[in-house]
Design a protein. Structure first.
Length: 339
């Protein structure tokens, strides 16, 4: 008799069901009015007295196992039914919206791409610099007022450790590690201690260019910049070079391009002049070549530097610099990147 009950226990333990009908059949088989457990209890009076305790306990074990089995099978079934509702594999997927590149990255990539098509390779340098790379190596004499053109964030004084105020510092890094011919484009982030407003920011981006070889002339500079202006602003763009001053170039100039917005007729973007200032440039000062161990009798070079925010402002007609750094998705979403 006991053996028979143990057999039923095993059967109950091993039982599994695919649906509610099978569970119900299982319940009736064991717990129904004419089920196995009722039958076993009705045998109870025929059991010898000394076996009654054992017999009773084993039937109770069987009963408990059956009840537990039914509850757990029902729970499992409910879970899988719920999953089937939330996990419909035949449904089409959610659309994942593509992100957009930041306008500064788009314009920076566009600039480096234009120059790489004529053989300039990209180099980069550190944002935390020393006095030599940002000023002294670029022919800024100590105490010279030209240093005040760029309000500097100092990290340490004597020896000076500072955040670079322009990417011209990377020119020095390139010259100290490479021999001419050098033809490189230097994009990067720069820092100046300025109050943040629509027209000024303490962080912005520049792209610098440097070309050093034998017989490099101002005509080469002008032609390279004309090529750049036409690629960047359109085929019929004109440029003009106005004399200027930078310690690291001689002669120095600032380049304007014809205003793309009004076509040169005059509008509020070009302040009714028809021209937009886009970059600074010049022939590398022989002092800069010499202090970087490049023979200024043999080699000449040109350099230029431009602000990426400014070019992006002109390209997309953005009128507030702060928008670039606030990461407002309503602003950023408007730039479907080409690069
Ligand atoms: N470093 C200058 C600035 O931040 C820009 C510049 C001017 C870079 C003339 C040059 C250059 O390489 O030749 O205002």
């Amino acid at each position: 008799m006991l053996e028979e009950i143990k057999g039923l226990i095993k059967e109950a333990e091993q039982f599994s069901a695919k649906n509610i009908d099978e569970i119900e059949k299982f319940r009736i088989k064991f717990l129904g009015k004419k089920g196995e457990i009722t039958k076993l209890f009705s045998e109870f009076r025929n059991i010898p007295a000394e076996q009654k305790k054992d017999f009773g306990q084993t039937i109770n074990t069987l009963k408990n196992i059956v009840i537990e089995k039914i509850t757990s099978l029902k729970n499992n079934l409910e879970d899988t039914q719920q999953q089937q509702v939330s996990l419909d594999l035949s449904m089409s997927g959610d659309n994942i919206e593509l992100g957009t590149r930041h306008p500064i990255s788009i314009v920076k990539n566009e600039i480096t791409d234009i120059f790489s098509r004529v053989g300039f390779i990209v180099s980069e340098g550190p944002e935390i610099e020393d006095d030599w790379h940002v000023f002294s190596g670029l022919n800024f004499p100590k105490e010279h007022p030209a240093r005040d053109m760029q309000d500097t964030f100092f990290i340490e004084k004597d020896p000076d450790i500072l955040l670079r105020t322009h990417t011209s510092s990377v020119q020095v890094r390139v010259m100290e590690t490479q021999k001419p011919p050098i033809r490189t484009i230097l994009p990067g982030r720069v820092f100046r201690n300025e109050a943040i407003s629509a027209r000024a920011h303490c962080i912005f981006h520049q792209v610098e260019g440097l070309y050093i070889d034998e017989n490099v002339s101002f005509a080469d500079l002008k032609q390279t910049l004309l090529y750049f202006a036409r690629e960047m602003f359109g085929k019929d763009t004109k440029i003009r070079l106005r004399p200027s001053y930078f310690p690291f170039t001689e002669p120095s100039a600032e380049m304007d391009v014809t205003c793309k917005i009004c076509g040169g007729k005059g509008c509020n973007v070009c302040k009714y002049t028809g021209w937009l200032e886009v970059l600074g440039c010049g022939m590398v000062d022989p002092n800069v070549l010499e202090s970087n161990n490049i023979d200024s009798e043999k080699y000449t070079g040109f350099a230029f530097g431009m602000g990426v925010e400014r070019l992006a402002m002109l390209k997309y007609q953005i009128n507030d610099l702060r928008l670039y750094f606030e990461n407002d998705v309503r602003f950023l979403r408007q730039f479907k990147a080409a690069f």
